[in-house]
Design a protein around this ligand. Structure first.
Ligand SMILES: [Zn+2]
Length: 238
C-alpha cells in the first residue's frame, strides 16, 4: 500500500543514514577511517537511526552465518546488542565529541616531570575487531605556560581515542597529538602496553604476547636523560 501524500523530502526518503553522513564527509573532504572521529558530521537524532541500520546489517551477518536467531533464544536480540555495543560503547569515540576538559593556567609554575598511569585502556584492532586491552603511562614535562588538566582527564581523553577500532601505533600518536594540543607542554611521553586478543583468540593463539610502544614529543626527544628517567619511573610488569 502506497501513501497518496508524497513524503516531505522525497529525495531523502529511504536513504540510509550512513549514506547521508558519508556524503557530508565526502563533501567536506574529511577522512573517515576506522580511528577517525566523525561527530561533526552526525546530526542530532541520527545516532539512533544509525543504531537501527547497524542492527539490520548485523542481523544480515547472523543470517549469513546460518544462525536461527528466530528460534534460538540466545541470539534473538544479538543484532541489536552488537549494534549498541559498537555505537554506544566500544566505538563511541568515533561518534561523540571529545570530552570537555577544563584547563587551568599553571599557577604553581610546575616544571617537574609528571607521570600519570597506569591508565587501563580498552580498544579493538581495526584488522579483526578483536579487543585490545592494556595500560598506558603518560609523562608530561610542563612549562609555566602549560595548561594543567586534572589527572582523571587524561583517562577520559585516552578513553575517547581508544574507543574506536584502532592500531596501537596510531592510537598513541592520536593521543599524543590531542594532549599536546590541549596542554601545550614542553614535552610529552606515552608508553602503551597491550594484549591483542586477535593474537590470543585466533591467529598464533599466544595468550601472553603483549605489544609495547611509545611516542615521545618535545624535550623527551632531545633529552635522553629525561627519557630514561621517565622509562625508569614507570612500573611496568606490575
Ligand atoms: Zn587484529
Amino acid at each position: 500500500m502506497k501513501s497518496t501524500t508524497p513524503p516531505q523530502d522525497a529525495s531523502e526518503e529511504g536513504t540510509p543514514v550512513s549514506v547521508k553522513i558519508r556524503e557530508r564527509l565526502a563533501l567536506a573532504h574529511k577522512r573517515f577511517y576506522a580511528n577517525d572521529n566523525i561527530a561533526d558530521f552526525v546530526q542530532p537524532g541520527e545516532l539512533e537511526l544509525l543504531l537501527d541500520e547497524v542492527e539490520l546489517k548485523m542481523q544480515g551477518v547472523l543470517d549469513s552465518l546460518v544462525i536461527d536467531t528466530a528460534g534460538d533464544h540466545n541470539t534473538g536480540n544479538t543484532a541489536r546488542r552488537v549494534a549498541k555495543m559498537y555505537l554506544n560503547e566500544v566505538f563511541k569515540g568515533r561518534y561523540v565529541q571529545a570530552p570537555p576538559i577544563t584547563e587551568f593556567p599553571n599557577a604553581e609554575h610546575l616544571n617537574e616531570l609528571m607521570i600519570v598511569g597506569p591508565i587501563t585502556v580498552r580498544s579493538a584492532c581495526s584488522h579483526h575487531f578483536c579487543p585490545v586491552i592494556g595500560k598506558i603511562w603518560i609523562g608530561v614535562m610542563p612549562n609555566e605556560h602549560t595548561n594543567v588538566i586534572g589527572l582523571s582527564k587524561y583517562a577520559r581523553l585516552a578513553e575517547w581515542i581508544m574507543g574506536r577500532p584502532q592500531i596501537q601505533e596510531e592510537a598513541v600518536v592520536q593521543l599524543a597529538d590531542l594532549i599536546m594540543e590541549k596542554t601545550q607542554p614542553d614535552g610529552l611521553a606515552i608508553v602503551m602496553e597491550a594484549s591483542h586478543y586477535c593474537m590470543a583468540w585466533r591467529g598464533v593463539k599466544d595468550m601472553d604476547s603483549k605489544m609495547i610502544n611509545s611516542v615521545m614529543r618535545g624535550v623527551f626527544l632531545k633529552d635522553s636523560t629525561l627519557r630514561r628517567e621517565f622509562l625508569a619511573l614507570i612500573p611496568r610488569k606490575g
